[in-house]
Design a protein around this ligand. Structure first.
Ligand code: ADP
Ligand code: MN
Ligand code: MN
Ligand code: MN
Ligand code: MN
Length: 382
């Protein structure tokens, strides 16, 4: 009896907290609404974003435009203080940003935009942390092969100070993995509002989001971007990550892209990369898929080095051979094998054409580095 009462009390305090959080969010957005409804006096806002010195975080700042812009070439270059982002080159702390891709801004709406940028040094050369420039060169060289990429972005929601998975019991752990993957119900699912808001925001922005699912570990989720041709997969994935972090900010939640956020018997987070060329997609294309897998098997170490922002250290915690991963030290491949480095989906083997999946990239991988490496191995024999 005593225990039941305590349980009830605990439940009602949880409920109260939840209601409170929802009310805070609602109050905040109603305070903002009158301001966001104001006309913009004929001006527009562009949020320029770039990858900082960590190789994993986006920074950004806003610029006023005098007219609506529909192509990055209409935008001027800009600069920021590299000494505050781990990107300063010696005395001169200015780093230049060049607009490369634009999206509709789902937060400010109207004709306001999000701008994905590349970073450049004072000598007008790509900044050492700019991985897009060389990736784009390779993409252009092999453009006639029409490479498509689809990336499966996994991530984990954390509380507002980033110390504890969102919605996990304050002390201890949730029940073991099993019921959460693609689940439904308050006991299995945490943070669905964020997932729904992010999905719509991506659709609005013009990000080619392909789907979403709840993952094996509670508070862990996935969405897919693609298939996209060429460099756009990378630009879109980065912008989708920013939109996700920005949506979560509204809910006082922090998004972690760490590939193994909780050690032990909890799934890690990856960024499976699905790859095809036009030849692979045409009837009989499986021949070219097998050729590519053969080439990949000889470059395992080079791929591992490019598949997380720490040259393989991050992925070492994740690619253990358990939890639907292959060992980081050994290349493997197979049809329908989710414990292999590379998987050829069953339907691709059956149809004799399609694409293949590289399961090694970590959730915090830089897609410019990943696709750059893929192209060099697969199409440039390097
Ligand atoms: P799974 O979880 O079974 O690995 P998902 O449905 O999560 O598969 O992801 C499949 C991914 O494959 C999506 O990102 C999709 O865009 C991508 N994809 C589908 N067809 C192709 C293709 N021809 N070339 C490259 N990527 C593709
Ligand atoms: Mn200042
Ligand atoms: Mn998936
Ligand atoms: Mn997954
Ligand atoms: Mn996958």
């Amino acid at each position: 009896m005593m225990r039941a009462v305590q349980g009830l009390r605990l439940m009602s305090s949880h409920l109260k907290q939840h209601v409170q959080i929802n009310q805070t969010i609602r109050t905040t957005s109603s305070i903002m609404q009158p301001f966001m409804d104001l006309d913009q006096g004929g001006k527009y806002q562009a949020y320029y974003m770039w990858i900082d010195g960590s190789g994993q975080n986006l920074r950004g700042k806003t610029k006023t435009l005098n007219r609506p812009v529909t192509d990055p070439s209409e935008l001027s270059n800009w600069n920021f203080d590299g000494s505050s982002t781990g990107q300063s080159l010696g005395e001169n702390s200015d780093v230049y940003i060049h607009p490369k891709a634009i999206y509709r801004d789902p937060f400010r709406r109207n004709s306001n935009i999000l701008v994905m940028c590349e970073t450049y040094g004072p000598d007008d050369k790509p900044h050492p942390t700019n991985k897009r420039a060389s990736c784009n060169e390779f993409m252009k060289r092999i453009a006639d092969q029409k490479p498509w990429f689809g990336m499966e972005q996994e991530y984990t929601m954390f509380n507002s100070n980033g110390t504890h998975p969102y919605g996990w019991p304050t002390n201890g752990y949730p029940g073991p993995q099993g019921p959460y993957y693609c689940g439904v119900g308050a006991d299995r699912i945490k943070g669905r509002m964020i997932v729904e808001a992010h999905y719509r925001a991506c659709l609005y922005a013009g990000v080619n989001i392909g789907g979403t699912n709840a993952e094996v570990m509670p508070s862990q989720w996935e969405y897919q971007v693609g298939p996209c041709e060429g460099i756009s997969i990378c630009d879109q994935l980065w912008v989708s990550r920013w939109i996700l972090c920005r949506v979560a900010e509204e809910f006082n939640v922090v998004i972690s892209f760490d590939p193994k956020p909780i050690p032990g018997d909890w799934n890690g987070a990856g960024c499976h990369t699905n790859i095809s060329t036009e030849a692979m997609r045409l009837p009989g294309g499986i021949r070219y898929i097998e050729e590519a897998v053969e080439k990949f098997s000889k470059k395992h170490a080079e791929h591992i080095a490019a598949y997380d922002p720490t040259g393989g250290e991050d992925n070492r915690r994740r690619l253990t051979g358990l939890h639907e991963t292959a060992s980081i030290d050994q290349f493997s491949s197979g049809v329908a094998n989710r414990g292999a480095s590379i998987r050829i989906p069953r339907h691709v083997a059956d149809n004799g054409c399609g694409y293949f999946e590289d399961r090694r990239p970590s959730s915090n991988a830089d897609p410019y580095l990943v696709t750059d490496r893929v192209i060099q191995t697969m199409l440039l024999d390097d």
